[in-house]
Design a protein around this ligand. Structure first.
Ligand code: B12
Length: 350
């Protein structure tokens, strides 16, 4: 017998540790056997998806960020999570009794697993879900919507750097008369950038989305819903300049780095590539911050990246110099330089 979803939380810390160990070992068979045994014991599929599989993925993220796990180990762990989720889905068929939802990750967003988790939660609640997977280009999404005629669109965005693309997708869905529910931490604390970009609703978690969609959804007269205030700032001149000049910005910063940061003179190819990638992240988060007019997009990234680089032995000085090299090339852009100056002030002094 299956207990109703949400009535108990039978995923103990001990069970989570066991599952994380299987994930850490890349043991797909062990992980699918474990979730199968839990289903046999009557543990609700929702608890397995959210608490066990999702909880382990978040832990994997912490281990990667702390440089305890390599990218390869993280990839292997994610593959086990996907397999375990598929095993739960295969065991829990539910006949659709609600509407049809298209669920996609926005263009350039490769975190497909959280969206897949949401897809399964919605399916368990009786929705027919068209899961379109990771990184769905806006124009293909719209073609799909016209071909299939869903009742709503759910858009997943885990990284704020994808906000401009999320905005394009939301705008296109609105134009097609479809309500959009947005989700994922990329939309900011409390989903505040989702609302600013025109989404009709936002939910922090898959379970919150299920409740929301089951109660007050869809909004009536979707096409009449007013766009939020502040549309005008979006995608201004500074953002456009930054996006266009991104390759040049990074190349110039990389050329100048050894002059002002002598350790960079001895970087091997892998270190140089990682540094160039970090410069790219600085440019991308800055561009998104400019796009939505929210310095916090950039400042949150700086806090996060200081910790990640620190755990890899890169001192705040290196980040400070990287930011300065980008700033020096953007002196004619007041919003960008203000954000960079604020970020520079927040960096720990060494
Ligand atoms: C696995 C993983 C990857 C995998 C994804 C594989 C896959 N198939 O999903 C890969 C390797 C591709 C990846 C790549 C990157 N990643 Co990554 N990744 C992760 C990791 C470890 C797990 C993600 C996950 O599955 N979380 C588990 C679920 C349960 O999370 P959740 O947020 O609670 O999910 C719920 C909500 O988000 C919500 N939700 C999600 N979508 C939607 C949609 C709607 C409509 C609604 C209503 C709700 C909703 O419902 C979910 C279920 O309840 C996270 C760490 C973490 N803490 O999440 C980092 C993380 C997200 N990644 C991060 C980074 C930086 C990257 C890279 C930039 C790394 C790099 N240097 O290249 C790239 C970017 C790729 C890209 N452009 O998308 C950072 C982001 C930090 C930041 N500042 O934003 C994180 C947080 C890691 C960290 N601790 O630093 N990553």
């Amino acid at each position: 017998m299956t207990a109703p979803a949400g009535t108990l939380t039978p995923i103990t810390a001990h069970l989570s540790d066991d599952y994380l160990q299987l994930v850490a070992d890349g043991d797909e068979v062990g992980a699918t056997e474990l979730v199968g045994a839990l289903l046999d014991d009557g543990v609700p599929a929702q608890r397995i998806i959210v608490d066990l599989i999702g909880g382990a993925q978040r832990r994997v993220g912490e281990l990667w960020a702390a440089n305890e796990w390599s990218v390869a180990r993280e990839h292997a762990a994610t593959a086990v999570g996907e397999r375990a989720l598929a095993a739960v889905a295969a065991r829990t068929a539910v006949r659709p009794r609600r509407g049809r939802i298209a669920l996609a990750c926005v263009d350039g967003e490769w975190h497909g697993l959280p969206a897949r988790m949401l897809a399964e939660l919605l399916r368990l609640d009786g929705w027919r879900v068209d899961f379109l997977g990771a990184s769905v280009p806006g124009r293909h999404l719209i073609v799909h919507l016209h071909q299939t005629g869903p009742d709503a669109v759910a858009l997943s965005c885990m990284l704020p750097t994808r906000l401009p693309r999320a905005h394009a997708a939301i705008t296109a869905c609105r134009a097609a008369g479809l309500p959009v529910i947005a989700g994922g931490p990329g939309f900011g604390p409390g989903g505040r950038w989702a609302q600013r970009l025109g989404a009709h609703a936002w939910a922090a978690t898959g379970e919150e989305a299920v409740t929301r969609l089951a109660t007050d959804w869809p909004p009536r007269n979707v096409t009449d819903l007013p766009l939020p205030d502040g549309e005008a700032f979006i995608g201004d001149e500074e953002y456009t300049h930054l996006v266009r000049s991104r390759p040049q910005l990074i190349a110039t910063a990389m050329d100048r780095l050894p002059e002002i940061y002598p350790p960079a003179r001895d970087y091997d190819q892998a270190q140089a590539e990682a540094t160039s990638e970090d410069m790219g992240h600085i440019a991308d988060f800055l561009a998104s911050a400019l796009y939505v007019g929210e310095p916090d997009v950039f400042l949150d990234f700086i806090t996060w990246t200081t910790a990640v680089l620190g755990s890899r032995g890169v001192p705040p000085t290196a980040l400070r110099l990287g930011l300065t090299l980008i700033r020096d090339q953007l002196i004619d852009f007041p919003a960008a330089t203000t954000m960079l100056d604020t970020a520079l002030r927040t960096l720990p002094r060494t």
